[in-house]
Design a protein around this ligand. Sequence first.
Ligand SMILES: O=C(O)CCC(=O)C(=O)O
Length: 283
Amino acid sequence: MQTIPSALDLHGASWRDWITENLERRCAPEELLNRMLKTTWKYEQAILALDEAMALLGMPPTTWRPRVPTIPDEDTIQLGERVIRVLGRFSSPRAALLDGLLSAEECGNLIDYAYSKGLNKSGVVDGATGESIKHHARTSTSVFLTRAETPLIDTIEKRLSELTNWPISHGEGLQVLRYEAGQEYKPHFDWFDPQKPGSANHLKRGGQRVGTTVIYLATPEEGGGTRFPKSGVQVYPRAGGALFFADVDVSGRPDEMSLHSGMPVVKGSKIVATYWQREGPFR
Ligand SMILES: O=C(O)CCC(=O)C(=O)O
């Protein structure tokens, strides 16, 4: 009979010893998880291994579990009829590149709906006041859509909630953005800096932003990648695909590695829908 290795043994005895010894030394499980995710450990396996070790050591295993949106550690994710393929995973920031999140028809219908509402020059949050201001760092046009504004938007939000295992009530509405040649969004964080006065009102509306999904609705002919300058990772937009990334680390702290940019479009138009998830219900 074949025995299934325990999660704790998945990466060999030295990892098993490292995990148990550090837990015995009362290191925070979140810190260990952060370190493990910078290596070959996958998110869910690392959590299982920590749970197993804590159970072996007689510690209550479920009290520490991180509360962040998470995409299952699988190559293919089936949600109802839809099959979503995971094309890539990155550990810092924690991110997954997805194919087939939306059908071509859904992309087209969402674009048409956004256009029917009208797109205006995009804004950025002013750190001092919290107001949305126009800024040379962001040159796209965009429109905010409220939660469940149409049956299609409701379907997409439910899909994203199921995919990331995060309540739909914690999601902000979608924002549809259009970039023409030369337009971009320079490096920025999606999280609100708790040190800046302008963040207070935003944080009151559901806490920190913990997850971002950039859904690619239209593929530009050239350029327009989404780039993480701190890790050097860049992904290229393909309509129907998406890039999920966590804005916070597994302890819920803003992740500096999540600095990202929408690179300038060189040719054609790039259209995306951005979906942000908060730590609590969004009001
Ligand atoms: O356009 C992109 O690729 C990224 C969009 C983005 O950074 C954002 O909406 O926060």
